[in-house]
Design a protein. Structure first.
Length: 340
């Protein structure tokens, strides 16, 4: 079958263009390779389309898509496991681009490589990672084991934004999608935004691309995450808007330079509140995120804000749960408007 070969970072853009030209095939699976994606075609494109999209034509045999059976049923059928063990297969997983993240119970650990092969064959994953659900250190490094594949670097599309990352070494924070969508829906035209914990661009990119901030100062202390932040700014054509800064956000210079400050971090965010207060101008907004035991929220959050604000007046305009963090503990966001 005829296939369009395209670099992974342009795959979604090219796929949509091929369907606009009525060249895409819905009943065949895309083939994912390390650096490229092979997209099935119903016919040979005109040479002008080939040149316009920058694709290379090749041949291959993509798998048929199943239109009738849930993916989990196909995984259970594909997995070469004893019946009692098969019942332990997880019904939930996470796909970041072409990298699959699985959490497995103890009863599946000795079969984890076979399990990885089964999920990869059905879901079209190039790499499968075992997520041990541990996050370590200031850099929030995930604890992952590669079960299948030789690289966990991928490009993930979310809400029209491309995120490149190494999923084995960096968190993606999929559970924060509602908060990322909320940031994307803001009207930040004319604003200078400081993202104090930018990571690979989780909030920076939605604020720059969808909320249309005029300037986003994106600070990140982890050199690896910073490198991907720079790449993601280029991937999304935001070089004129986003200014990546490598280092501790407490070293950012200036006072009252920001219309909006985003604090997308947890556990120790309160240690940086005085910096956010220093950076935000009168009338500006701070989006303060942190984790709190439910029994002391919102009291602890309000005490943290009061201590950091000192003599400056402020108004709390929103308090909401981003997601559950652990039993009895939630990841919360508090919006604060500075009155002076």
């Amino acid at each position: 079958m005829l296939l369009a070969k395209v670099p992974r970072e342009r795959a979604e853009q090219v796929r949509k263009a091929l369907f606009r030209h009525r060249l895409g095939v819905k009943d065949r699976r895309i083939i994912r390779q390390r650096d490229h994606v092979l997209i099935p075609l119903r016919a040979a494109p005109h040479p002008m389309i080939v040149a316009e999209l920058g694709i290379e034509l090749t041949e291959g045999d993509p798998l048929e898509k199943s239109c009738h059976r849930p993916p989990f049923d196909l995984v259970a059928e594909a997995a070469d496991l004893p019946p009692g063990v098969r019942a332990l297969l997880p019904r939930h997983w996470e796909m970041l681009g072409d990298v699959l993240l699985l959490r497995l119970p103890d009863g599946l650990m000795e079969h984890r490589h076979e399990v990885a092969r089964a999920y990869a064959s059905v879901l079209g994953a190039r790499t499968v990672l075992l997520d041990r659900v541990r996050i370590e250190g200031v850099f929030r490094t995930p604890d992952m084991e590669v079960l299948l594949g030789d690289s966990a670097e991928t490009v993930h599309l979310e809400n029209g934004i491309l995120y490149k990352l190494d999923a084995s070494r960096l968190m993606f924070s999929s559970g924060n999608v509602d908060e990322k969508m909320r940031m994307a829906r803001l009207d930040c035209q004319g604003e200078t935004v400081v993202d104090m914990f930018a990571g690979i661009g989780y909030f920076t990119l939605p604020l720059a691309l969808h909320a249309r901030a005029s300037r986003v100062i994106a600070c990140e202390i982890n050199p690896l995450a910073f490198r991907y932040l720079q790449e993601n700014v280029r991937l999304n054509d935001l070089e004129g808007v986003v200014e990546p800064v490598l280092g501790d956000n407490r070293d950012l210079p200036g006072e009252g330079i920001a219309d909006r400050v985003v604090m997308g971090y947890v556990r120790t965010t309160s240690e940086h509140l005085d910096t956010a207060i220093r950076l935000v101008r009168k009338g500006g907004v701070i989006h303060y995120q942190d984790t709190f035991p439910l029994e002391i929220f919102p009291r602890q959050a309000l005490e943290n804000l009061s201590r950091a604000a000192g003599d400056r007046g402020y108004e709390v305009t929103l308090m909401r749960e981003v997601k559950s963090y652990s039993p009895g503990v939630s990841h919360m966001v508090v919006d604060v408007t500075m009155l002076d």
